[in-house]
Design a protein around this ligand. Sequence first.
Ligand code: PLZ
Length: 423
Amino acid sequence: MATSEELHKRRVEAVARGVGSTIPAYVDRAGGGTITDVDGREWIDFAAGIAVTNVGNSAPRVVEAVRAQVERFTHTCFMVAPYESYVAVCEQLNALTPGGFGKRSALFNSGAEAVENAVKIARHATGRPAVVVFDHAYHGRTNLTMALTAKNMPYKHRFGPFAGEVYRVPMSYPLRDGGLDGATAAARSIEMIEKQVGAENVAALLIEPIQGEGGFVVPAQGFLPALREWATAAGVVFVADEIQTGFCRTGDWFACEHEGVEPDLITLAKGIAGGLPLAAVTGRADLMDAVHVGGLGGTYGGNPIACAAALASMETMRELDLAAAARRIGAVMGERLRAIAAGDPRVVEVRGRGAMLAMEIVVPGTLTPDPAATAAISAACHAAGLLTLTCGTYGNVLRFLPPLAISDDELGRGLDILAAAFG
Ligand code: PLZ
């Protein structure tokens, strides 16, 4: 087998430079909480493919379901000749997502595609043009979703012009907004919408209940419920982007549940199918069914192999109670992260929920972001056998997203490496 170094040389000559990788190691296999490269080096996985392999890599039920489906048929296109597993995934999403009202779902391939479709549905159902998003938001890399995403480098730089009718308002970010309470922070955002956009022009308010790429920003308590309440009164479709937070990651099936928020539409992807590409929009039946027949779709959306994997993943989450696993991981990891923070003034905050935790890194004694120190700590982790990711508008947040199927031993060893990396 070729070595990682050899593969990297081939990659540079074959793969477009614009596609980056966190580590220059080429994967041979992965399972549970580890990734092994072609040279036999092992990393403890605190990335889960960016919050995707919640059930673990090659989870047994997923492998079996995929194998069985591949042998029956690989693709017919649901828009041409439909099949049961697509319907079953939609039934389960309608039942699992918050909100006791009637729901419908539609399936797509990627998170960005789900977000695009949620906007299409909200515009169609309301007849309004505007979409409101938040500072630090991340919603994807397609043209519309780049417009919805806040950060220029690397996501938007020189890729414009972007889609119109997108308006950005302040996020509740307690560390950096002077600790505004949720209701006050929401009032500030709502005033901006009403004065600068006009509520009656707004089709959708789109928000990550805990921001992902933007820095694992957890809004102050009450922020999401206040926005939800305003959206209801204003006839605005409240869309929760649960692409990174969904499927047990935060200790509930969906992060919105923590404050009892019931979105009108939810966008889902990542953790839904154990690593196979699948995404969904789930929400109120009246909104979803407003769109004419044929108005939603795509060749691969709800591909049968991905649907089989999704059904197996959701079954695994239920049977292994991965929401409880996320809470356990969060308790163990949170304690270790706070201990590191107590001894290192560069860590200004430990935040997150369940198995979605992060540390924000600054110049000690200030709120000045320190992306260089963040990158150095992350690189030290990689060198010592722990795969960590960074995020944040300022590139100064270390984030931890282990598979929810990680063993206690792997989790402990990963946290030991992290503690050592802080030196
Ligand atoms: N919404 C909240 O987290 C994807 C992107 C990594 P796709 N986040 C990881 C990168 O650098 O491209 C994401 C998300 C939220 C939407 C998306 C987009 O999902 O499946 O990557 O299109």
